[in-house]
Each structure stands twice: as C-alpha cells, then as structure tokens.
Design a protein around this ligand. Sequence first.
Ligand code: CMC
Length: 379
Amino acid sequence: SAPPTFRPGLEGVPATQSAICDIEGQRGLLTYRGYPIEQLASYSSFLETAYLLIWGELPTIFQLREFEQEVQMHRRVSFRIRDMMKCFPASGHPMDALQASAASLGLFYSRRALYDPQYITEAVVRLIAKIPTMVAAFQLIRKGQDPIQPRDDLAYSANFLYMLTEREPDPLAARIFDACLILHAEHSLNASTFSARVTASTLTDPYAVVASAVGTLAGPLHGGANEDVLDMLDQIGSIDQVEPWLDRAIAQKQKIMGFGHREYRVKDPRAVILQGLAEELFQRFGHDAMYDVALKLEEVAERRLGPKGIFPNVDFYSGLVYRKLGIPRDLFTPIFAIARTAGWLAHWKEQLGANRIYRPSQIYTGPTERGWLPLESRP
Ligand code: CMC
C-alpha cells in the first residue's frame, strides 16, 4: 500500500471523533452541542454553557442551580497552594503560575476512581471553581497583597472580577465578561484541546490534563495572541500609521496577530460578537482610540489578506474588551484558560468514554543504522 502522507500540523487529519463542537469554516458557523454560538453568547451563562459542553444537554433549572451551587462551594483554594504561589517570582508570567497551580491540584485529590461519575463531577466542579480563584490570587500576590476570598453572593464572572480588582464589578461589565467566557469555552480540536486529549488518553488525572492544556494554550500562535494584539496596536500607534505598518509587516512576512485561522476562511464568528461587545462597553464607559486603529487595520488587512482567507480571529477584539474592563494584558491568556477549561473537561470526559491511547507514527528522516565509534576515531 502507498506510504502515508505527512501533513504538517496534522492539517485536515481527523484525530478523534467528537460530538462537542462543530465549525463550518466557509460559513463562519460555530456550534456547541448543536447550539449556535450567537444564541449562547446572548442568552446563556458561562456555567450553563460549561454544563452543556460537558454533559451534552442544557441543564434543567434544578441541574443548573445545583451545578452553580457546587461550583460556588468549591471556589476556595487551599492555603498551601496560596503559600506556594507566594514563592513564585512576581515577574513570572501568570500562565506559568496557572499551569503550576493547576497541576498542584492533583496533589490534593485522589486519582483512583477515574471512571466513577461522581469523581468526574467533582473534578469538573473543582477545576471550574478553582482556576479563576488561582488566576486572581496570583494577580494580588504579585502586587504584594494577600489574595481575597470569593464572595458567595456574587455569580461566577462577577466574583472573578471582584477577586481580581477587589471591587464589585458593574453588572454590564460582569455580563459582558461572562459572554467572553462563553465565546472562548470550546473550539474543537485546537492545539490545547488536542494536548488535553493526548494527556487524558494515558488515563492520568484531570488536573494533569488541564495543566498540559494550559501550557499549550500559552504560546503566541494560540491563546497568547490576544496579548500580542494590543502590543501590535500600540506599536502601530495611530490610524495614519496603519497602512505603512501593514505594508512593512507583509513585506517582512510577519504574521499579523489576531488574524488567520486554520478552520475559518471568513471572519471568525466570535470576533463579530466580541466586536459588538467592545462597542457596547465603549458606549457605556467611554471610547478607546485603540479601537479606531483596530478598525482601520481590519479594513486595510481585508484588502491585502482577505483574498487568502485571512480575517480577524477571536483574539483580535477580545483584548480591547478586557482592556476596557481594566484587566492587565498578561491576564488575557489566563482568562482564555478559565473559559477553555470547560472545553478541555468536555474532551477529557469524552476521551474517557471511548479511550485508546494516542500513539501516532512518524516518518523517520535520520541516519540509517551505523556503528558506534570510540572517541579517538571520530572525525
Ligand atoms: N498574518 C499574515 N499572514 C498570515 C497570517 C497572519 N496572521 N495567518 C496566516 N497567514 C498566511 C501565512 O503566511 C501563509 O501564507 P503563504 O501560504 O503565502 O505562506 C498562509 O496564510 C497559511 O498560514 P499558516 O501559518 O500555514 O496557517 P496555519 O493554519 O498553520 O496557522 C494560525 C493558523 C492561527 C497559527 C495563523 O493564522 C497565525 O499565526 N495567526 C496569528 C496568530 C494568532 O492570531 N493566533 C490566534 C489564533 S485564534 C485563537 C486560538 O486558537 O488561540
């Protein structure tokens, strides 16, 4: 038979079967368990969407209230983890702090009952509840403060913003933030989710699954791009600099951050929604001149890159939303991780349901068999 073809980046190679999320890249359609992302972003909450992703159906009111309550009860993290975080260098990247803290959860909870539905539910609840607390804790710790405790009267997103900023957020800000989490919760077999599934397939614990995915999300070609977009807009500086900057960047074969996607040949539907959310925030809390630079860049880039199917992706407008909410730039990717934890856990659970360890093959390109030479005989 013909030798298998090698596809760099596994482009177009199905690596799993999955019933969680579907993307139609030509139409710009994204669905979670069949529900279009536009509907979920408008009507759902992040916790309801997480439930849908992980258990496959929208919860009943009883199931939702129970899940919300469980998550609320598990928001606190052990003082041992907080103390460990105090030893992290304040100059370190919050994604590295999050990866280490997420992995440390495995030290506290047994890994014996992987296939017990109760164990799965508890792990889901703990991770969804504790990841935001750890992100907020590192933010305060690196400023030299003690982390503050979660507040039981605040819902998921409002509580996270409270723990991060030490102020109760405006309800509109909390609602928009929650919608951002919904938009980032899942996106089929992206790099971090693939990483989560590979880790899950060894039957290790879910904390290791999430920690490996956090490490994968951190890179600038994946989740890290949202931080880089604002640096890029800063560098461009003003509307009149957009065109010459883009000409130079394209001539130097530089990747434009926040543009392009393996799956979409049109504008990412999440970017469309995020742009709307950004505009809602500007109306309420004041305009941001950086948005004008972004709009101009999208317009000019559409002419230059649009014909190649390169349009804004989810990261292009998310940074502008977070900036308006007063969130520091290096927390954008950890926030992506808070949201994507729901998707990773859905894939963990699905992987366990039909598991076979990932062990692909390779095409060997090294030297053929040869003999070892003593040191003095080497050329
Ligand atoms: N700017 C300029 N050219 C681009 C860009 C871009 N952002 N993205 C792709 N291209 C060009 C690329 O140069 C190549 O051109 P050619 O065929 O002439 O060599 C062609 O499009 C195909 O690019 P590729 O890098 O082979 O595409 P990929 O599917 O391997 O990569 C990507 C996808 C998202 C990594 C890439 O588009 C990229 O690096 N974008 C910038 C980083 C970014 O915004 N990442 C966030 C992705 S969305 C959120 C997430 O999943 O984390």
